[in-house]
Structure formats: structure tokens, C-alpha cells
Design a protein around this ligand. Sequence first.
Ligand code: ZN
Length: 134
Amino acid sequence: MTHNINHLAIVVPNLDEALHFWRDALGLNLARTEENPDEKVNIAFVEAGSSHIELLQPTDPESGIARYMEKRGAGMHHVCIEVEDIEATMQRLREHNIELINDTPKTRPTDQIRYAFIHPRSTNGVLVELYELP
Ligand code: ZN
């Protein structure tokens, strides 16, 4: 099976300024924008081939992503890999002593995508997200 990169996520202080680079200057298409009140971010998805660049702007200084930006600055936040069976993948990771952030997959209400995060302690510092597409 393939494990496509579904998206790369970048934390930015301001979506309009980020789109000034990605869309206006570099010329990538803006696919859509959305609010995620659970994670307290506004998101813009720009197209990069069959993948997306996900620009995350925190909307609440107390949110996890805002604290991340406070601590580490704007920049790369996570890479998302598509898997066929997220539970089997998580089980396999556990068997390899890889630390997961989520015990069980979460489901995005908008599109039923199931997702989970792997701890950067187990991945040389890169937060990795898994997607199981519906
Ligand atoms: Zn993501």
C-alpha cells in the first residue's frame, strides 16, 4: 500500500500573511479555509500536488498550538501520513515501543477522517499525525 503524505502543517501567527507567501508569491491554490473550535485554530489548506500544506493560526492564546508557537516559534508543526487501518497501525507502533499521544483514534466531525498523533519523543522530534480516510 502507499502511505501518502496527506499534509504538512505549519503554525503561523497570521493566515493572511502566510497566504501572502504560499498563494500570492509562490502561486499555490488555496483549497479552503476552516475554523476548528475544538483545537482553537483557523486553518487554510493550500494545494501541493495531491498533498496539502495546512496553515494553522491559533485563535486562543491558551490553546495547545498557541503554546507551541510561544515556545518554539512559528514553523513546521506536524506531518500527516495516510494509513489504511489506523487501529492496526497504532497497535503495530505500540509493539515497536513508539509512544502515541492518543490512546484511540479521534474522528473529525466534518469529514469522518479518523486521526491520531505520535509523540515527537519517539520520532526524532517530529510530531506525526496518522489519517485513515473514510
Ligand atoms: Zn494535521
